[in-house]
Design a protein around this ligand. Structure first.
Ligand SMILES: Cc1cc2nc3c(=O)[nH]c(=O)nc-3n(C[C@H](O)[C@H](O)[C@H](O)COP(=O)(O)OP(=O)(O)OC[C@H]3O[C@@H](n4cnc5c(N)ncnc54)[C@H](O)[C@@H]3O)c2cc1C
Length: 439
């Protein structure tokens, strides 16, 4: 497939229709002069039935992408007076309150993943998405970049964006494994049990075990040695999303048993055994999840680069991380906004697009690597393995109250402005992405 529209300033292919790829496609579809195609491996857009929480920076990116109305329609908030609570933090064996991390004006701001993807897909014009298109190889020359799909078809555009997740095929072109050993996904050492519980059922279970029912409605993190467990509401507080983590710290680089799948259905007894000795709230929560799944949490090392010529990887394809700061999807959304800001610029055409991708990489690389690194550290802090913190509650509380400041206070408009400055694009009218107020 090649563009035959002569008014097109830039023909863009996006591989991967997850949260990031769809958000980018929507933003680009609104800009004049751009032609966009989105290629998704699955037969339809799909997300798992779990929750995802957004920090204030992610909500800012959603707003700037013009997706705020879709998001607000389905977003959850904690009941008054806990609207600003991102998480309350508690001790593992007695549920004692340690502190709360506040995100003023934002709070926990969680959504059901499938609902969120569906809500943003509604903004995507007809004719952009192609399904059943699993990218298997990428090549490029001086004229364009070509994606090859498993069904034998191809797409050639001026540039190609890999938003195809942690197992990215596009990344293998940007950083060929035969030249770059050890840059693929690796096991973080952590497993995560996941489940969803009707809120009323969890409240009753909490009450029956003598735990405070407030714990069912307000986002909680229970912290203990080598384990932690989180809960937050989704679906207008009808459901509570649960993720229970445990980490193997017996060796510095734990290896996954040969052939172990990334996601497995496991028994409730196995999960309860891992949290043996934990407090009443944890026991109430786990008793309400009869059929948990166990996820092997992988992450990527910090990659030396995200771009090769006309091909760029973004989102989890570039910087997949462990979910301990609830930040991966937020980084994918920031990437989508910054990239859309540059590609929508009137100065960006098939001749300057490569430089725009280089400028994107230059302004995003340091931040996304730091989010990866601090996400891994966060897991250590929560599980009493933080360097200089351990199980010292005073130090733990201080860390929890401040560790998100730099992450949340970022304004991705500044990334666009910095990239435009590097490109020498300050002088003209600039970006046509619906440039929203400073969110
Ligand atoms: C347990 C857990 C909890 C999490 N919680 C949070 C949270 O609370 N907050 C947060 O911000 N983040 C969270 N994350 C991280 C978040 O899920 C990811 O960072 C986010 O989904 C990345 O979006 P993406 O669009 O880059 O990639 P993905 O969501 O992985 O989407 C990739 C898309 O590409 C498609 N695809 C893959 N390969 C190909 C191919 N070869 N060709 C074509 N299409 C392809 C896939 O089908 C998929 O649709 C969590 C992750 C985990 C594992």
């Amino acid at each position: 497939m090649v563009s035959d529209n002569h008014d097109t300033r830039l023909f863009i292919g996006i591989v991967g229709g997850g949260i990031g790829g769809v958000a980018l496609a929507v933003a680009l579809s609104r800009a004049p002069g751009l032609e966009v195609r989105l290629f998704e491996a699955a037969e339809q857009f799909s997300e798992i039935g779990a929750g995802v929480s957004f920090g204030p920076n992610a909500v800012r990116a959603i707003t700037l992408l013009g997706l705020e109305a879709s998001y607000r329609r389905i977003a959850d908030a904690s009941p008054a007076p806990f609207e600003d609570v991102w998480f309350e933090w508690r001790r593992w064996h007695d549920d004692a309150y340690l502190t709360a991390t506040l995100a003023p004006g934002c709070g926990q701001s969680s959504v059901h993943r499938a609902d969120f993807l569906e809500a943003i897909v509604e903004n995507l014009p007809e004719g952009i998405a192609r399904f059943g298109k699993r990218c298997v190889a990428v090549e490029q020359d001086g004229e364009g970049a070509t994606a090859h799909f498993a069904d034998g078809s191809t797409f050639t555009g001026d540039i190609l964006i890999g938003f195809d997740g942690i197992k990215s095929a596009v990344r293998d072109h940007v950083l060929p494994p035969e030249q770059h050993e050890g840059l693929g996904p690796f096991w973080s050492g952590t497993y995560a049990y996941r489940g969803m519980i009707p809120t009323a059922q969890l409240e009753a279970a909490m009450e029956a075990r003598g735990a405070d029912t407030h714990l069912a409605r307000v986002p909680q993190m229970y912290l203990g040695p080598d384990r932690h467990l989180l809960t937050f509401p989704v679906k207008q507080s009808e459901l509570v999303n649960v993720v229970a983590f445990f980490t193997d710290r017996s060796t510095p680089a734990p290896r996954l048993p040969e052939g172990e799948a990334w996601v497995n259905a496991v028994t409730q007894e196995e999960m309860q055994g891992v949290f043996d000795g934990w407090g009443a709230a944890t026991q109430a929560i786990l008793a309400c999840i009869p059929e948990p799944t166990r996820w092997v949490l992988h992450e990527l090392p910090e990659l030396p680069r995200y771009r090769r010529g006309r091909v760029l990887v973004v989102g989890d394809a570039a910087h997949a991380m462990v979910p301990h700061q609830g930040a991966g999807a937020g980084q994918a959304l920031e990437d989508a906004y910054v990239l859309a800001g540059l590609l929508s610029d009137a100065a960006c055409d098939r001749h300057s697009a490569e430089q725009a991708l280089a400028a994107f990489e230059a302004v995003r690389h340091t931040r996304t690597c730091k989010v990866q690194r601090t996400s891994h550290e966060a897991g250590e802090v929560y599980e009493f393995a933080g360097v200089g913190i351990g199980a010292d509650e005073t130090r733990l509380i201080e860390n929890l109250e401040t560790r998100y400041d730099w992450l949340w206070h970022h304004h991705p408009q500044d990334d666009v402005a910095e990239a435009r400055r590097r490109l020498g694009w300050e002088e003209h009218a600039g970006s046509r992405v619906p440039e929203a107020r400073r969110a």
